[in-house]
Design a binder for this molecule. Structure first.
Ligand code: SF4
Ligand code: SF4
Ligand code: SF4
Length: 246
């Protein structure tokens, strides 16, 4: 049977999610054995004109060239998968949207700033249709493997839409709030098996917010521990700034 042709493309990002693919160990064989991964620098060439079965996209859309490129890729790909927070929710690149775009350009490029057009940072689905989302910074490999298998079979994959707290409780962690530390688990989409809290850290909200956050419950927690809402909103800003664009 002919293997599906897959291209991997990066936009504004640290390439840490692609590194996760390289670090997959045995799982990489089960996935790569089922697909034909085209050499991605070749695929990125503007002259490349073939159709793709699957395009895997890492990174946010941050300038006019990126907008044009992602639209070209979308036209060529039957299925488009966004991997990692930069692609699925805008991620850390969204912090750019806190500032004036000209101020940002001057800060980065100095006097040459006019030669470097930019745009508000967007997640991929805010520019083109996305078929599958693998959330997280970096993406969570067990979820990537499950999703790729679903995509290859042509069936949907739905990431969990309940908070990280659910997984955290199942993992029997002591709640960070009981340690006088704030955590974004109550409003953040699960699916990472409470990765950070299991390892002694807090949840920073890298998987984006649940679609229907329990605002009253979150407010009660803040009131109980006397934590100002602004502190939580500032923390949300780190990964979830692009949410304001939708
Ligand atoms: S989601 Fe995180 S790890 Fe992945 S490319 Fe973006 S910044 Fe890097
Ligand atoms: S707030 Fe954080 S530490 Fe507490 S249960 Fe939720 S995810 Fe776990
Ligand atoms: S615990 Fe929170 S910050 Fe850590 S991977 Fe999960 S969603 Fe992301």
């Amino acid at each position: 049977m002919k293997k599906p042709k897959v291209g991997i493309f990066d936009f504004a990002c640290c390439e840490g999610c692609q590194l996760q693919i390289a670090n997959m160990g045995e799982d990489v064989l089960s996935v790569l054995g089922s697909i034909d991964v085209l050499e991605w620098r070749e695929v990125m060439s503007e002259k490349w004109g073939k159709k793709l079965d699957i395009a895997i996209i890492e990174g946010s859309i941050t300038d006019p060239h990126a907008v044009k490129r992602i639209k070209q890729i979308r036209k060529k790909a039957k299925i488009l998968i966004a991997i990692g927070s930069c692609a699925t929710i805008g991620g850390v690149n969204g912090m750019k949207n806190n500032f004036g775009l000209d101020d940002i350009r001057k800060y980065v490029y100095g006097d040459s700033y006019r030669f470097f057009p930019t745009e508000l940072t967007k997640a991929v689905h805010q520019v083109v249709k996305v078929d599958y989302f693998v959330h997280g910074c970096p993406m969570y490999i067990p979820e990537f493997v499950a999703l790729i298998k679903a995509a290859l079979q042509g069936i949907p994959y739905y990431p969990p839409d309940y908070p990280v707290c659910v997984e955290c409780k199942l993992n029997e962690n002591v709640c960070m709030y009981d340690r006088q530390v704030t955590c974004l688990g109550p409003v953040t989409r699960a699916g990472c098996n409470s990765w950070c809290i299991n390892n002694g850290n807090i949840c920073y909200g890298c998987r984006g917010m649940v679609s229907n956050p329990n605002e009253k419950g979150a407010q009660d927690v803040l009131a109980k521990y006397n934590i100002p809402m602004e502190l939580i909103l500032n923390k949300m800003n780190m990964y979830n700034k692009c949410r304001e664009l939708t």
